[in-house]
Write a protein that binds this ligand. Structure first.
Ligand code: NDP
Ligand code: OXD
Length: 308
């Protein structure tokens, strides 16, 4: 019987994982991370450096999230093994919903209305409509592609920036670093769905904001890795950015004394943009294990050469 070792959500979540796997993969044995030294498969979020490398029987690693940056930052992670990114069907749908909510929240002045409500102030104001707001999506991968479709359906003109052409219907594409300035110059609402790589470190910072039209809006639902938070706050203060929604930070949780919490033009969400349920994630892992055991190739896989 194959064994799956689990580190996601701590010991408190393990009983739930165990129940879900018992339902969808009764032939699989599950063990908690602290209770075993080796396994056939590992399902992990932020494993201690060196732990995976010290498991000689390991055949495949499953990230508990779509982004595997917290796994591959371990210099000793076992590169010879397939590393599967957590992408059950519902993950991209949820990200699309989050991005659509955040985009509408921004154009409708959601933060401003929440502050007015706190003060008991009846305040109406003009706002743009989706067709007047040019969205620019950085990253057209699993999450960005779905988000692009949902934003288009809401009426936003959508452009995307990626490394290779995608051919997504109705999405204006900008490819590679040379196309970035033109992409930014036509973007009223910038959305980051890039992976955390060396090329994308602190990309959301003052030099990039300066290339957006004045008063542009920002959503970051990718990683805190991508943003210089002080630059975001300064751009909001100066009016270069008019409003922002951030779901991700460095570190997480965002410390209670961080000024981001109370900025009047910033909406903070606690890394919840796309969090498929444990049942969905267990089913996804069980399906991928079945593929592996049948001699097939699971996926989508992390590509160590690309870095995402
Ligand atoms: P993918 O790997 O599927 O897609 C990444 C996209 O970014 C691709 O289109 C890729 O281009 C593009 N890209 C990568 N590097 C560059 C670069 N240097 N310049 C331009 N484009 C680049 O990622 P996902 O869609 O699965 O995830 C996107 C992000 O969302 C990740 O950071 C992930 O961690 C985060 N995430 C956050 C969640 C949350 O709850 N907040 C939940 C799930 C994911 P190309 O296609 O040409 O290769
Ligand atoms: C993910 C995440 O990458 O939860 O899936 O952030």
């Amino acid at each position: 019987m194959a064994t799956l070792i689990i580190k996601s959500g701590g010991r408190a979540a393990f009983a739930e994982w165990q129940q879900h796997f018992a339902d969808c993969a009764p032939g699989l044995r599950t063990v908690f991370w602290d209770d075993a030294q080796d396994a056939d498969y590992a399902l992990v979020w932020d494993p201690e450096p060196g732990r995976l490398a010290a498991m000689p029987g390991l055949r495949c690693v499953f990230g508990a999230g779509a982004g595997v940056d917290l796994i591959v930052r371990d210099p000793d992670w076992p590169r010879h093994l397939p590393l599967v990114r957590m992408t059950p069907t519902g993950a991209a749908q949820r990200m699309g919903e989050y991005v659509a909510w955040a985009a509408l929240h921004l154009i409708r002045g959601g933060r401003r209305m929440a502050l007015s409500q706190n003060d008991g102030r009846w305040e109406d104001f003009d706002h743009p409509s989706a067709p007047d707001v040019r969205v620019g999506l950085m990253g057209l991968g699993v999450m960005g592609t779905r988000a692009a479709g949902m934003l288009r359906a809401l009426g936003f003109p959508v452009a995307g920036w990626s490394r290779a052409p995608k051919g997504i219907e109705g999405v204006q594409e900008f490819i590679g670093p040379d196309a970035l300035p033109a992409f930014l110059a036509r973007t009223d609402l910038l959305i980051c769905l890039l992976p955390a790589t060396q090329a994308t470190r602190h990309i959301l910072a003052a030099p990039l904001f300066a290339q957006l039209p004045r008063g542009a809006m920002l959503i970051n639902a990718a990683r805190g890795w991508h943003q210089k938070l002080d630059d975001v706050l300064a751009a909001l203060d100066s009016g270069q950015l008019s409003a922002a929604v951030l779901d991700v930070f460095e570190p997480e949780p965002l410390p209670p004394d961080n000024p981001a919490w109370s900025h009047p033009r910033l909406t903070v969400t606690p890394h919840v943009a796309s969090l498929p349920s444990r049942a969905e994630r267990a089913r996804f892992v069980a399906e991928q294990i079945a593929v592996l055991e049948g001699g097939g190739v699971p996926g989508p896989l992390y590509d160590a050469v690309r870095g995402y």
